[in-house]
Design a protein around this ligand. Structure first.
Ligand code: UFG
Length: 334
């Protein structure tokens, strides 16, 4: 099993989940945004780019993949929405073009299963809540398009070759490994829970609240925050589903099916820390939907997924624990 982007936030949690489940796993990561410390030392690590087809061939050979066996979990890619608006062609190359090469390598070598890290950004600004997989996909930025186009390539490839795929559309991923083995390490993060715990630890002065006049109960944006550990567990189960039914491909939302507002998140952080984060009321951020909540019925009906950390305060506690550990890791990695 090869995990692309296994040194990144979600990829590294998937690596731990696979190992915890007793699976063989190797990682390819070019470390452009990932961290070597996020991958356990005993996991075969290939530093390189998924665009390097010779490297992929070597990895498949060394890991005993191909000729109808093995699987790829594909996380490698760029994930910053405003950056995708400023540099669309980079996103179509890094996310879509390189995914095309990876899929081609899987076909050429006979790797039969691909699990793909997709996003709720494929839905754009949906006018329904919760969002099902049948809700029209209407991305509003190149990031969302780059992921949706990869889903389309996978679907077309699965129709033409002996390969099946699962695209998991993540809602708002947050938290960190409960054993504090990995977490979100990117500097300059923009995601609300990461930003809020940084503020709680004094790493930033305040949290800006982007928009207070949305059509939501308290006027702030509502999101479906899913613990990264539960998300990683869903990946292992989805992989099993791909292997069990090689003629079936899947596209599934990953969320809990309930939303919290920005104010509810900040209140929860204050409850967990016993402090009070400074809040700054700011204008809306371009492209933000008022509410984005997953209908996760398909995931729950397809795989035996029982979330273990579907509690906002637990998500925040784990995010805090990782944020406290991070400076030590950064120092020793420097
Ligand atoms: N927010 C703030 N202040 C902040 C950061 C966020 O008020 O400092 C608000 C946002 O306006 C939004 C909510 O908190 O209402 C969540 O924002 P995030 O930036 O944490 O996450 P997004 O919902 O914008 O992003 C998620 C995924 C993206 C994906 C997008 C699709 O993380 O990968 O949904 O809409 F593209």
């Amino acid at each position: 099993m090869l995990v692309t982007g296994g040194a990144g936030y979600i990829g590294s949690h998937a690596v731990h989940a696979l190992r915890d489940a007793g699976r063989n796993v190797a990682v390819i990561d070019n470390l452009s945004t990932g961290f070597r410390f996020a991958v356990p030392d005993d996991v075969p690590f290939y530093e390189g780019d998924i665009a390097d087809s010779a490297l992929l061939a070597r990895i498949f050979a060394e890991q005993g993949m191909g000729d109808g066996s093995g699987a790829i979990m594909h996380f490698a890619g760029s994930i910053i929405v405003p950056e995708s608006v400023a540099k669309p062609l980079y996103y179509y190359e890094n996310n879509t073009g390189k995914s095309r090469g990876l899929i081609e390598a899987a076909v050429a070598h006979g790797v039969p299963h691909i699990l793909f890290s997709s996003t709720a950004a494929t839905y754009g600004v949906p006018d329904v809540s919760p969002v099902t997989e049948q809700t029209p996909t209407q991305p509003i930025n190149p990031y969302g398009w780059s992921k949706l186009m990869t889903e389309q390539m996978l679907a077309d490839t699965a129709a033409a070759y002996p390969l099946n795929f699962c695209a998991l559309r993540y809602f708002n991923v947050a938290g960190a490994d409960p054993q504090v083995r990995t977490g979100q390490s990117t500097a300059g993060a923009t995601h609300l829970i990461k930003v809020a715990v940084e503020a709680a630890l004094g790493k930033r002065d305040a949290v800006s609240i982007f928009g207070t006049n949305y059509d939501t109960p308290d006027g702030t944006g509502v999101r479906d925050y899913i613990h990264v550990g539960d998300l990683a567990a869903a990946h292992v189960l989805a992989l099993d589903a791909l292997i069990a039914e090689p003629s079936r491909s899947l596209t599934m939302n990953c969320g809990y099916g309930r939303g919290f507002s920005v104010l509810e998140v900040l209140d929860a952080v204050d409850r967990v820390t016993g402090g009070r984060i400074k809040r700054v009321f700011a204008g809306r951020r371009a492209g933000d939907p008022a509410k984005l909540v997953a209908d996760s019925a398909l995931l729950r009906a397809t795989v035996p997924w029982t979330p273990r950390f579907d509690d906002l305060e637990t998500i925040i506690e784990h995010a805090l624990a990782w944020e406290e550990k991070l400076p030590t890791l950064r120092r020793s990695a420097a």
